[in-house]
Design a protein around this ligand. Structure first.
Ligand code: G6P
Length: 368
């Protein structure tokens, strides 16, 4: 391969560790120029002035990025947003809205399901299209009016890592840009968000520094058949991403649920053989998450909790806790993507699977 592994054993490991650089590069434009539509192309100011809602279309990990993006777009920009898997959208009757901004998210820019969904949206009369993509001049950006390139660099590992966190950076910038356009971003709030973005690559590095602790957890996961991932709000998509990473490279069956849904079904699966990973930083939903965790404990489930310093958990024999150094506010899902990637990576290593090329999967899926 043209891209050297350097000191790493796997591309996935290398790509996980490149995330401070990848996020910094992706954020460079906004850090230098501030929140301006031109970050999305020369036409963007005109297009953004016309849009009244957003539809995100994507597949796989990119779809999970979209689920986080929706929450930022609605809370920061106050703009209604839907997120749909490309292969579902393209075959159903939907109500087109010519003022909607159709955003495709794709690492490769070549995923057939996403490309066909974009074609369908255009055929339905959608002209406001934006591609968030990691590969220059690939099919999706070429077919879109606006483009934002993530600057993750080549991603070789089949399981997406740095593409995901840089897509989240792009979506956060989009939410800030639309917020400003719609008169919802005061100058001091903008300055605060830009400062948080400046600190983000450093916080990503702090999350990477948790690797030795996560490795210990991964050893406990390697002989498990199943795992459950829980999160709420901004962190539910991170639970989805954690479960996806674990199943695709370690072949451990993993499912993710929004923690509030536990009592409506998955709680029936919980026993002392079920590790339950909880993404539980100190946000407005923490107390709710804590009561969901008690439901797990009451059934003997083993809790593995990703928290931050302010979450105030005490570890016990059945409650394992790893803390990120500080709460990252709205950017917290980006920080919490890192430990779930590392958990999957080390569980797979322990199981001896082909981390970079998991069975039955492809990096870029250009068939239906
Ligand atoms: C494949 C890859 C995933 C990726 C998905 C979407 O399934 O294995 O890692 O998330 O495609 O790919 P895209 O290039 O559109 O982001």
């Amino acid at each position: 391969d043209a891209i050297e592994l350097g000191p790493y054993d796997h591309y996935m490991q290398k790509e996980i560790h490149e995330q401070p650089r990848a996020t910094a590069d992706t954020l460079e434009g906004v850090i230098d120029a501030g929140v301006v539509p031109a970050l999305f192309g020369s036409d963007a100011a005109t297009v953004f002035a016309e849009v009244d809602s957003v539809l995100i279309l994507a597949s796989g990990t990119s779809y999970y990025a979209g689920l986080v993006g929706r929450q930022w777009l609605e809370s920061l920009a106050g703009i209604p947003c839907n997120v749909e898997l490309g292969h579902e959208y393209r075959y159903r009757d939907s109500i087109p809205n010519p003022r909607q901004l159709v955003v495709t998210i794709s690492q490769s820019g070549e995923t057939l399901d996403t490309m066909e969904a974009l074609k369908r949206a255009k055929a339905l009369g959608h002209a406001h299209t934006l591609s968030i993509c990691n590969v220059q001049e690939s099919a999706l950006p070429r077919a879109s009016r606006l483009v934002f390139y993530t600057r993750a660099g080549a991603e070789i590992g089949v399981a997406s890592t740095k593409a995901f966190t840089t897509q989240l950076c792009a979506l956060f910038i989009l939410a800030l840009t639309l917020a400003k356009q719609r008169g919802r971003l005061a100058a001091d709030a903008e300055a605060g968000h830009l400062e948080a973005l400046r600190q983000l690559p450093g916080s990503v590095q702090h999350a990477l520094n948790l690797e030795p602790q996560i490795k210990v957890w991964a050893e406990q996961f390697a002989d498990k058949d199943h795992a459950l991932f829980l999160g709420r709000g901004l962190h539910y998509p991170i639970a989805l991403e954690g479960a996806l990473k674990l199943k695709e490279i370690s072949y451990i069956h993993a499912e993710a649920y929004p923690a509030g849904e536990l009592k409506h079904g998955p709680l029936a699966l919980v026993d002392d053989k079920m590790p339950v990973v909880v993404i539980a930083p100190n946000d407005s939903l923490l107390e709710k998450v804590k009561s969901n965790m008690q439901e797990v404990r009451a059934r003997g489930g083993q809790l593995y909790v990703f928290a931050d310093l302010d979450s105030h958990f005490s570890a016990t024999d059945a409650v394992h806790v790893i803390r990120t150094p500080r709460h990252a506010g709205l950017l917290s899902p980006i920080i919490h993507a890192i430990p779930v990637q590392l958990l999957a990576y080390h569980a797979a290593l322990r199981k001896g699977t082909d981390v970079d090329k998991p069975r039955n999967l492809a990096k870029s899926v250009t068939v239906e």
